[in-house]
Design a protein. Structure first.
Length: 99
């Protein structure tokens, strides 16, 4: 990374990554809905089947949390990059004034 901050291409890649994580969260939520639909009180599922479905839901919930945290990390790095770029501009303008 240069002193000016990340290039626009790097910023775009981070923004695309955020969108992919959001798409992943949507996909995970659909998977949970499918599992919930399978756990129909009128179906005769064994306790083992119910436990397995609950276990799958728990894993998916954890994956959703991982995706949400990854989004926050990417958003934070974008904010840090923006602030670094602003600091660089401030330093450059200060150097021009002192020269």
């Amino acid at each position: 990374m240069s002193k000016q901050g990340h290039s626009q291409e790097q910023i775009d890649r981070k923004l695309q990554s955020i969108e992919r994580w959001k798409d992943t969260i949507t996909r995970y939520k659909k998977e949970i809905q499918k599992i919930n639909d399978r756990i129909n009180p009128y179906d005769s599922l064994s306790q083992d089947d119910i436990d397995r479905l609950d276990w799958n839901k728990l894993l998916i919930h954890n994956n959703i949390q991982i995706a949400e945290h990854n989004i926050r990390v990417l958003e934070s790095t974008l904010m840090i990059d923006k602030l670094r770029k602003e600091n660089y501009k401030i330093k450059i303008s200060h150097k021009r004034l002192t020269v």
